[in-house]
Write a protein that binds this ligand. Sequence first.
Ligand code: UTP
Ligand code: MN
Length: 523
Amino acid sequence: MVPLKRRKVVSTSSATDTDIKATKYPDTVIFILERKMGASRRTFLTRLGRNKGFQVAEQFSEAVTHVVAENNSGDEVQAWLETQTVGRTTSNTVHLLSISWYTESMATGKPESIQEKHKLKVSHTPTPVTPVVSAKSYACQRRTPLKHHNLFLTEPLELLAENAELGENEGRSVAFRRAAAILKTLPRAVKRMEDLQGLPCLGEHSLRVIKEILEYGSSQEVESTRHSEQFQAMKALTGIFGVGVKTADRWFREGLRCPADVTKSEQRLNSSQQAGLLHHEDLSQRVSRAEADAIGQIVERAVQEVLPGAQITLIGGFRRGKETGHDVDFLITHPEEGKEEGLMPKVVQWLEAQDLLLYQKTTMNSYLESKEGPARPAHNMDRFERCFSIFKLERSVLGEAHSSAQATEGEPGGGEGRAPGSEPLPQRRPAGWKAVRVDLVVSPFSQFGFALLGWTGSKLFERELRRWAGREKNMSLSSHALYDNSKSPAVPVSQDICWVTLSLPERPSHVKKRASGTTRENA
Ligand code: UTP
Ligand code: MN
């Protein structure tokens, strides 16, 4: 019997209720180790046990009381067990038993009392779990560098996250993204499951995937997802600007697989989808930093023309230091509160007059401080004046940087490039310009800090920051404001906190730099 006192267990919910249907022996939860036994024998033994009223768990969890193995030494089973027990402490105990205990119990129809001969001999006592690397559990509390050591694990996990998003399973997607994010923080490549001991955010499913990759070089689940028709088609269809998961799913069920299928079909398309299809070839290319800078100069000129003194800031992935993006995002404000009102239509008009826009859709600011405040939902949507657009970027303005327009570097699994296997679209023209997705956002000066914070991303970072604010600080954070909920009614907090606490480089000169509480990174 091995004490689990200081050991850690993957997840409280992993031995799901559906795994454990029988209730004849509620105190005995058996897990049969597949290792060296094989899947078919394990399935057979599991079914046998369940038919006799035993609880045989499909997956290991802290609920398991008896681990049964065949052809494994006690030390091997012990080593396996230690890899399974990352993340949570429990006071449970677990028996490591040979298959003989199981077959004898099957024969008598009840869990046999454990004798010495049944016990697997473990030569070393389990060492208490000391995390190899300690890491804070919220992504916003730790550094997540863009370049890290575990791409071979994060790419597969992010692919599963993407697949879950395409299936509208947000919880699952966030779980995979959190797991990937924690691996990005590690100072070296993971070699063994033991390297993960004590780390937060690694759920059972992610651990299973990691383990498979460490043992076999790849994960079957990941590779079959990667090559599945549905994943590839959903990725290709949602890769069209203006097409969300619901539309893509409907099209998939109607037999469409790629943008070329949509073009050929008789689908009714809204104006953004029409533009998305028309410019799909360009929009599926990554945007380089040089292109982002060139667009920045155009936006700067447009904004200064219509509102001198306004300030523009590059936000989104480029602000985090990414070398390429799927679009370019800018935040616009004016130091004199109120001056920014109605700015967007004027900027758009100027850009259109210069023939610089291929598509645009502007939404007005609908944030009313008196009506909003802390009660608003914690989702990501904000109410700023915003313009979703497609810029017509003359390649000539890029000069030397032109070649980088073909940049292919992307985030692991997150590239918006055409899915493999999808048909290329017909060549449209010899390109003198490139269509580039650009998001413009206007914020009042009084909300600029929160807007900058909210629009720098990554999406997981923002999510974690809001969760941390809510759970740990009793505050509600949005891209408009921060409210202290410990007061009644909740009190808005000054936006200086965005510079002081998060040490953003653009803090106004009157705000003194203090030690940073969190670090803006690429979770
Ligand atoms: P993006 O989708 O542009 O992501 O949103 P990104 O991080 O720049 O990555 P790529 O390179 O373009 O793919 C930028 C940030 O803006 C915020 C999110 O925090 C996101 O991380 N955002 C985006 C919002 O707050 N609201 C939105 O409606 C969209
Ligand atoms: Mn972006």
